[in-house]
Design a protein around this ligand. Structure first.
Ligand SMILES: [Zn+2]
Ligand SMILES: [Zn+2]
Length: 182
């Protein structure tokens, strides 16, 4: 992982602005459902109040996954707002109380903030739950599996009616036909 280091003491002279332009691999970005197809870009401003370091800004990265309706490739730009706090940690011998705090904010030890791990977690947390190739994707026919965006359903007409949920209606018509014939 590329070490992005923010010198804490230097922050006392004023905020440090970082122009982010990183390869997803430098942040070890990996996900089961998504491929990171471009660079992570954005802008982060680090500042310090007392011993607490703050980072505010935005990150964005293009991803590709599968459309949940038609299973074809779909892509989007993941936008990740950053609003993080680091408090000075007590080092390796942290008390249990300190690690409770760690669950809410980040801790740092020494003279530098290394935000890469936090950036990674934030990006992974903002990946979309589901992706569509386009808003009105027609999806796959549950009967024949045809991709209804670019091919017609190949189901037999009876089967097609069954799938569209008109089975009851068809039965009723059938019965009526029977009555008329008597
Ligand atoms: Zn689709
Ligand atoms: Zn079909």
């Amino acid at each position: 992982m590329q070490t992005l280091k923010i010198p804490v003491e230097q922050l006392r002279e004023g905020p440090i602005e970082i122009e982010v332009d990183m390869d997803p691999r430098e942040l070890e970005l990996e996900d089961e459902d998504y491929r990171f197809t471009g660079r992570v870009r954005g802008n982060l401003v680090f500042s310090i109040v007392g011993q607490d370091v703050f980072a505010a800004g935005n990150l964005s990265v293009p991803v590709e996954g599968k459309c949940v309706r038609c299973l074809e490739p779909a892509s989007t730009e993941v936008e990740t707002p950053v609003n993080e706090t680091w408090i000075r940690g007590a080092g390796p011998q942290e008390t249990p109380e300190a690690s409770d705090i760690e669950a809410i904010v980040n801790t740092y030890v020494g003279d530098f903030i290394e935000p890469a791990g936090v950036m990674r977690e934030l990006i992974l947390a903002t990946l979309p739950d589901r992706l569509y190739c386009r808003e009105d994707c027609a999806g796959l026919c549950p009967g024949c599996g045809a991709n209804l965006n670019n091919e017609p359903c190949r189901c037999a007409p009876e089967k097609r009616e069954e799938i569209s949920g008109s089975t009851a209606n068809a039965d009723w018509k059938q019965k009526l036909k029977g009555l008329n014939q008597k």
